[in-house]
Design a protein around this ligand. Structure first.
Ligand SMILES: Cc1cc2nc3c(=O)[nH]c(=O)nc-3n(C[C@H](O)[C@H](O)[C@H](O)COP(=O)(O)O)c2cc1C
Length: 138
């Protein structure tokens, strides 16, 4: 059964380009080997991540991700069964959005506006769908 998990977190102060590269390298290696796909967004010192794959693999990974000192203040927004991946071709897509860019894809202006209720959970999913469409069309 295919599941999707979306959480947000706050990056540690002083997170560097190198930190981001290291995160993506680890993520892509593990995800490739475990049939996981998804996308990591970075905006205003906040991460928003979508992960798609097997339920138990996702839960175990989310536990490890929460112990990672490169971010904190986690909020699980969405854990749902799905019949289709949004990021079929990406072991972990990445997009760093600058201050005004988020508005191009969503009515959300900060990831911290996303909280755990049905409406916001679908808003976060819609944001990932819009980003995915933009990645495909270049
Ligand atoms: C924002 C963020 C996103 C991450 N995403 C993934 C991911 O998709 N897949 C993955 O294997 N590790 C990811 N990691 C790395 C994990 O937190 C962790 O470093 C990795 O699973 C190795 O865990 P270990 O050191 O406990 O073995 C992410 C880390 C951060 C900070």
């Amino acid at each position: 059964m295919l599941y999707e998990l979306i959480y947000r977190s706050t990056a540690k102060p002083g997170l560097t380009e190198q930190d981001l590269e290291d995160i993506l390298k680890t993520a892509r290696d593990f995800n490739q080997a475990n049939n996981l796909t998804g996308c990591l967004l970075y905006h205003g010192g906040q991460f928003l991540q979508l992960l798609e794959g097997d339920f138990q693999i996702l839960l175990d990974l989310y536990d490890r991700i929460k112990r990672d000192s490169r971010h904190r203040e986690f909020l699980l927004l969405h854990m749902k069964e799905t019949d289709q991946r949004v990021y079929t071709d990406w072991t972990m897509a990445f997009k760093s959005l600058d201050q005004n860019q988020l508005g191009k894809y969503s009515s959300v202006t900060e990831f911290t506006e996303l909280v755990t209720n049905e409406k916001e959970s679908s808003m976060s999913k819609e944001l990932f769908q819009a980003i995915s469409a933009a990645l495909v069309s270049g």
